[in-house]
Write a protein that binds this ligand. Structure first.
Ligand code: MV4
Length: 445
């Protein structure tokens, strides 16, 4: 097992990783920017190193500073959390070149999944269902027309280096194809320095369902079921649940078996999430994330597993020690992401937290780095807390979330808590009857 872990992140996820380390008896090193000297993740770490000025590119994304911090503190592993350097294959390679363990997949798997075309080819090869589309990159209009004739309209032109909604253009008819293809390429080149694009049939009312997997270095691959992440606005998730109101145990078992058998063949290791669009009872793979995700707690609650602990054990070479049959799904969990934003306009509202009163009681979990007197800096992501509830049924989980949202008090900054209360009261949400488009219509922006 590791002697000391450096956590290359901030905020609630840095605390989350510290908690797993502490329970494993492993000391932690926090890194922080000058804007985060008073941050909770610095206060709670065993050691801390200031790695640069506020801007993320000069601190949390500054690889030489992070490697130096690991060297001077003698850390023998680095956990990247989510965001920042978590999906950067070159960073993972440099970490390993310094004799430090990167807590995550191999750089090669990170690189493959970072290229959406290569990721789809890998999934096709192991029998995971895809959205109908081009077989690889589409680098001329003649090829684009051939694909369009085969799959029909509407279709999407997507950037190979994209993901999370960046670099996507829709064509509703043949008359729009050339413009969509040209604009997608141009935007991909300027945003990612890579103009490779591919084409997919546009699904008009899907849910976003993702599958959590873990793989060790000994050929054991298991899944922890699905999360429904359809409640999003501008590609930012607001509410996630496990399981999906749209899926039953048989559907989960079926997609889970295909995925775990396939990832075993690919030699994947550590944590991963496969993202699917789910429409008319069909799964269609779109992307794979090679990191711990923000919404991992809902899976932890229904499966009674510590995913970060498992990531660390796997990176240290330990075997999972259990199989798929040992993983159960108990009740229902919901997460609300609370951001420091106006709940109507979504304008960020960083600043001083005058009062912080988190909810409690049975089945309530709050992952947050806030405290009264803390000043939320303006430089980073606006998420300030994740409120997670767990209950025997979905209806009881919604009742518990409403109750917890009533108790939750944050004063001094605006937060999206009032919006979450409205979502919990919405008939469509309560019925589980929503697609990826429902929330944007509900909030009206
Ligand atoms: C799609 C799609 C419909 N059809 N692909 C958006 C983010 C990126 N990860 C993939 N995205 C989509 N790809 C096909 N073939 C609709 C979306 C999409 C979406 C997907 C997941 C969650 C929220 C979304 C919001 C808008 C569009």
């Amino acid at each position: 097992m590791f002697g000391k872990i450096l956590i290359a992140n901030r905020g609630e996820i840095a605390l989350r990783i510290q908690r797993a380390c502490r329970e494993l008896g492993i000391p932690t090193v926090a890194v922080h920017s000058t804007a985060d000297s008073n941050a909770m993740h610095v206060r709670l770490a065993d050691e801390s190193v200031c790695i640069g000025p506020p801007a993320a590119r000069d601190s949390y994304l500054h690889i030489p500073a992070i490697l130096s911090a690991a060297a001077v503190t003698g850390a023998d592993a680095i956990h990247p959390g989510y965001g920042f350097l978590s999906e950067n294959a070159a960073f993972a390679e440099m970490v390993e070149a310094h004799g430090i363990t990167f807590i995550g997949p191999s750089p090669q798997h990170m690189r493959t999944m970072g290229d959406k075309i290569a990721a789809k080819a890998a999934m096709a090869a192991i029998g995971v269902p895809l959205v109908a589309g081009s077989d690889g990159a589409v680098d001329n209009m003649a090829e684009a027309r051939r694909v369009a004739d085969r799959i029909g309209y509407p279709l999407l032109v997507k950037a190979a280096a994209g993901g999370g909604g960046r670099g996507m253009k829709v064509a509703h008819a043949a008359s729009e194809l050339e413009e969509a293809w040209t604009v997608a390429r141009t935007e991909a080149r300027s945003a990612f320095g890579d103009d490779a694009v591919y084409i997919e049939k546009y699904l008009d009312r899907p849910r976003h369902i993702e599958l959590q997997v873990l793989a060790d270095n000994h050929g054991n691959v298991v899944h922890f079921g699905e999360r429904d992440c359809s409640l999003q606005r501008r590609y930012q998730k607001l509410v996630e649940e496990a399981g999906s109101p749209a899926l039953d145990a048989a559907g989960r078992d079926a997609i889970g078996a295909v995925v775990t058998d396939g990832l075993r063949q690919l030699g994947y290791r550590n944590a991963g999430t496969l993202e699917f669009l789910y429409q008319d009872g069909q799964f269609a793979f779109i992307e794979m994330n090679t990191r711990l995700q923000v919404e991992h707690p809902v899976t932890e609650m229904v499966c009674n597993v510590d995913l970060v602990r498992e990531q660390i054990r796997i990176a240290a070479g330990q075997a999972l020690g259990y199989g798929q049959a040992d993983i159960g799904f108990q009740g229902h969990a919901i997460e609300c992401r609370v951001t420091a934003e106006d709940p109507v306009t979504f304008v960020p509202d960083p600043g001083r937290v005058d009062l912080y009163q988190p909810p409690g009681g049975l089945g309530v979990r709050v992952d947050s780095a806030l405290y009264a007197g803390y000043v939320v800096p303006p430089y980073y992501d606006s998420m300030v807390a994740k409120l997670i509830v767990h209950a025997p049924t979905r209806a009881e989980a919604i009742a518990r979330m409403r109750r917890a949202l009533m108790e939750f008090a944050i004063q001094g900054i605006k937060t999206t808590i009032p919006l979450h209360r409205r979502i919990m009261d919405a008939p469509e949400f309560r019925a589980g009857d929503y697609t990826i488009h429902w929330l944007e219509r509900f909030v009206g922006t």
